[in-house]
Design a binder for this molecule. Structure first.
Ligand code: 26W
Length: 840
């Protein structure tokens, strides 16, 4: 309620209310003490959940707890929204098709500093926070790196008090649940909403209409100017669901607004009365499909029409929401860039560019050039990949049929752009064809990365090497004509979730040593550097790591039935399954160690004991990735069932790797595997999380590994493998993987072992395709880097034998990785791209 007595409705804005209601509208957080919490919790359980404490199920208790915790953040949230209305400042609109949020309860407790109060309050009610937190289904609304980065970024913007609205899709089904049947990945639907979703606030009254298909018509407007109207064929309704994005103990709560699709007319009574019950709801089912499920691909677009519908759906809802709901009705849109800067999270939301032009030209009747100027000031594009096949190209026919007006606008943007290119490079038609937004080979398609680059003020990669390769190899012509447009912002991760929450024992040790300022200022970790030289601190650091390892061992026993020893080095590789990430190279290392012992060439006692842990989902349509998962599980069961290897080698592959599992896995790791072929991993963010949790990295000079190694020091990083230029040379001169097989006896033995069926009950056919792919294709040069990798692993073994030196190196990794906070990434985006200011 503002001082005029006006209630700030978060959606409909200020409205006058009769005086007596004023008291009722005041939003005051409940008392942040145990009694206050218990009172609020029981009220929520009894009146909200409608059950008594005695009768409540665990799910009742969890839902009541979640809603109670919301109450503590609500006042801040409404104040943030009211403040934005009272003193509008430029905000960030983060457009992302994916948000890999992870569980919300602990993050909210941390942000509101309520963990102690809630733990004691629940205990008073005979309940345990540990039990209730397990009840929460994590919203898996993303595939991997890109989706998790979006979640870290919005957390950091809230903690930096920067106004931001995250826009995305509320998928009814998130990333599939992975199960293993006979070692093979089997996907299960992700029913994350089944038991209720207490962290969302639906706002059907702020729904947005979204149209599709149809045709366009040109007409002369009453001011005599020629205009175009879009006559759509069908449409749906976008219903917003708001999620709190709490800043860390700074009183700020930003908003994540996720859109869910519904039919304009959910139920057609006339058809129903006609007896065709199914047809009566057909529209509803059809519409709902748009936000039904997340596409589980994270590299190769399937080019499915529904995917484009999803992209346009959330973009159209989001632009209309900000321009016509958040902004005042009479806001002068020519000043839009003063109020919002949209960040395009890869090419997935780029259809926002022609949508903005349509709103400004067709709806708001601004002249084209003025509209284009505004649009270019409102958008910036982040590219997250280097794989050519991951760059989206939408067939012209599909785009023209589904979004006829947008295609026309793209066509005009392209024509004006190419005219500019021709003017700059007269006669260089090759350049024109290379740069055109609309490609005509192999088929007429719209290159979304080109559209994003032409329309954006800034284009950035997500690590220094990546941004350089974007300039030199992915978009060279564009960086030649617009060098100033290209910049870099190296990724980061939120220290709240991935250190303070995931690793309380290490957090305690750090805070005891340097205070807790590091949680919001991670550069403070540098103050740990001197303690690397302190033997007692190193000992305590090892105890922390050991405790985290036994916590993981207990989890993997309960969750997946693994019986693992705590002592051995924990060698962890967790990320999506993709050939460029080279899980196959990790496998060749394990098979080589296995062969050394099984062949008697090396005594088991000579081997540095290791437990290998994999975590990886494969896109359901990615056959070779699924075969690799099958092989990992086959090697795991062979190694784990070999008595000669008990206590020496163990392989664990817990199913359904997700944010929640990562929070227990990463703090336990000794060795972080970041072994992608140089020039393929845009950045990586797992690499940062491991280093910050005191694991040492074995890795190639790829993505952000380069910057991690530079900051932690080359003595504290196990580098190996071809450098990016060497990879380019080798593939240019023609790479023959079998030549490496022929010239390296151990590599030959390892591949022959797999081919002979050593891990498939003697059946040579089972993994023949995987072996022949490595021998004859090996697109990502695992065989070329094999020997260097094995040598690096030997260096790891030697280093790990000196536990004190190892923990000194691990402490230096923690101390020197403050740079990889997503708070720093956000500050870079603000300085280099957004130029927004935090609100006091
Ligand atoms: C259309 C199919 C599709 C879906 C998702 C293509 C590409 C993607 C993402 C861009 C893939 C992705 O998640 N990329 C990862 O982004 C991280 C955050 O920047 C980086 O750290 C990883 O290196 C990059 O692979």
């Amino acid at each position: 309620m503002d001082d005029q007595g006006y209630v700030i409705d978060p959606v409909k804005g200020p409205r006058s209310v009769p005086t007596h209601e004023r008291a009722l509208e005041a939003v005051r957080a409940p008392a942040a003490d145990v009694d206050g919490f218990v009172r609020e919790f029981l009220r929520e359980l009894n009146f909200g959940q409608g059950v008594s404490l005695a009768r409540a199920t665990v799910n009742d208790q969890y839902l009541a707890l979640a809603r109670t915790v919301r109450h503590y953040l609500m006042a801040r949230w409404l104040e943030a929204i009211a403040h934005q209305r009272r003193e509008p400042v430029k905000a960030v609109g983060y457009l992302s098709a994916e948000y890999l949020l992870g569980r919300q309860l602990d993050n909210a407790l941390l942000a509101a500093d309520l963990e102690g109060v809630v733990t004691d309050g629940l205990a008073q009610c005979g309940l345990s926070l540990d039990t209730l937190r397990e009840q929460e289904e994590e919203p898996g609304l993303g595939n991997g790196g890109l989706g998790r980065l979006a979640a870290c970024f919005i957390d950091s913007l809230a903690t930096l008090s920067v106004p931001c609205i995250g826009y995305g899709i509320r998928y009814e089904y998130g990333i599939f649940r992975q199960t293993f049947v006979d070692g093979r990945q089997v996907e299960q639907p992700d029913t994350w909403l089944a038991l209720g979703s207490p962290w969302e606030f639906p706002h059907p009254e702020s729904s947005q209409p979204v149209n599709f298909a149809g045709h366009t018509e040109t007409f002369v407007d009453d001011d005599g100017s020629e205009r175009t109207r879009w006559v759509p064929e069908w449409g749906v309704i976008g219903v917003p669901y708001n999620y709190m994005v709490p800043g860390y103990r700074n009183g700020r709560v930003n908003t994540l607004r996720l859109w869910s699709a519904q039919a304009t007319k959910a139920f057609d009574l006339s058809i129903f009365n006609g007896g065709d019950y199914v047809d009566a709801v057909r529209a509803q089912t059809f519409a709902e499909n748009i936000s039904k499920v997340l596409y589980p691909e994270d590299s190769t677009p399937q080019g499915k029409e529904l995917r484009l519908q999803q992209q346009y759906f959330f973009v159209a809802c989001s632009l209309a929401d900000f321009m016509f709901e958040v902004l005042d009705k009479d806001f002068d849109l020519t000043r839009l860039p003063e109020r919002i800067v949209f960040q395009l999270n890869d090419t997935h939301p780029v259809i926002a560019v022609p949508e903005m032009m349509r709103l400004l030209v067709d709806v708001k009747k601004l002249p084209w050039d003025q509209a284009w100027e505004i649009t270019r000031q409102c958008f910036n594009y982040t590219c997250h990949t280097l794989l050519p096949e991951a760059l989206e190209v939408w067939p012209v026919d599909l785009l023209r049929r589904l979004l006829p007006r947008h295609y026309e606008i793209i066509d005009r943007i392209n024509a004006e752009f190419l005219a500019d290119v021709r003017a700059r490079f007269p006669g260089d038609e090759m350049m024109v064809r290379r740069m055109s937004i609309i490609s005509d080979y192999p088929e007429r398609g719209v290159r979304m990365a080109h559209l994003a680059t032409v329309a954006s003020g800034r284009v950035n990669g997500v690590a220094e090497l990546h941004s350089q390769l974007l300039r030199d190899k992915v978009l060279p012509d564009f960086s030649r004509i617009w060098p100033e447009k290209f910049t870099n912002v190296t990724n980061g991760v939120t220290p709240r979730r991935f250190l303070r929450h995931a690793n309380p024992s290490l957090s305690g040790l750090i805070t005891e040593a340097i205070g807790d300022g590091w949680v919001t200022d991670l550069d403070k970790l540098q103050e740990l550097e001197p303690l690397a030289g302190d033997a007692s601190f190193r000992a305590r650091f090892r105890e922390v790591k050991r405790a985290n390892k036994s916590r993981l061992v207990n989890l993997l026993r309960e969750r997946d039935g693994y019986e693992l020893p705590v002592e051995p080095m924990l060698d962890v590789m967790v990320k999506r399954l993709h050939e460029y990430k080279r899980q196959s190279l990790k496998l060749l290392h394990i098979v080589t160690l296995y062969d050394r012992i099984a062949s008697g060439r090396v005594a088991a006692s000579q081997i540095q004991p290791r437990t290998f842990v994999f975590g990886a989902k494969a896109a359901p349509g990615y056959w070779m990735a699924k075969e690799t998962i099958h092989l990992i599980n086959a090697v795991a069961s062979t190694v784990n069932s070999d008595p000669a290897l008990e206590g020496v080698l163990h392989v664990a592959f817990p199913a359904n790797y997700n944010v929640t599992l990562a929070e227990t896995l990463i703090p336990a790791a000794d060795l972080s595997e970041q072994i992608s072929l140089a020039g393929k991993e845009a950045s990586g963010t797992g690499n940062m999380k491991f280093a910050l949790n005191g694991a040492l990295t074995i890795g190639t000079d790829d993505g952000a590994n380069v910057e991690i190694r530079r900051l932690v020091g080359e003595d504290n990083f196990f580098l190996f493998g071809l450098l990016e230029p060497e990879v380019a040379d080798l593939s240019a001169q023609g790479y023959v993987p079998s030549s490496f097989y022929e010239s390296d006896d151990e590599l030959k033995r390892a591949l022959d072992l797999i081919a002979a069926g050593a891990f498939s009950g003697g059946n040579p056919d089972t993994f023949a395709p995987v072996v022949s792919n490595l021998l004859h294709e090996d697109r990502f040069m695992a065989l070329a880097d094999y020997r260097a990798y094995l040598d690096a692993q030997a260096r790891v073994d030697a280093a790990y034998a000196d536990q004190d030196a190892w923990s000194r190196s691990a402490i230096l990794n923690v101390a020197r990785c403050g740079f990889f906070s997503s708070d720093r990434s956000m500050r870079d985006y603000i300085d280099r791209i957004w130029h927004t200011d935090p609100v006091s």
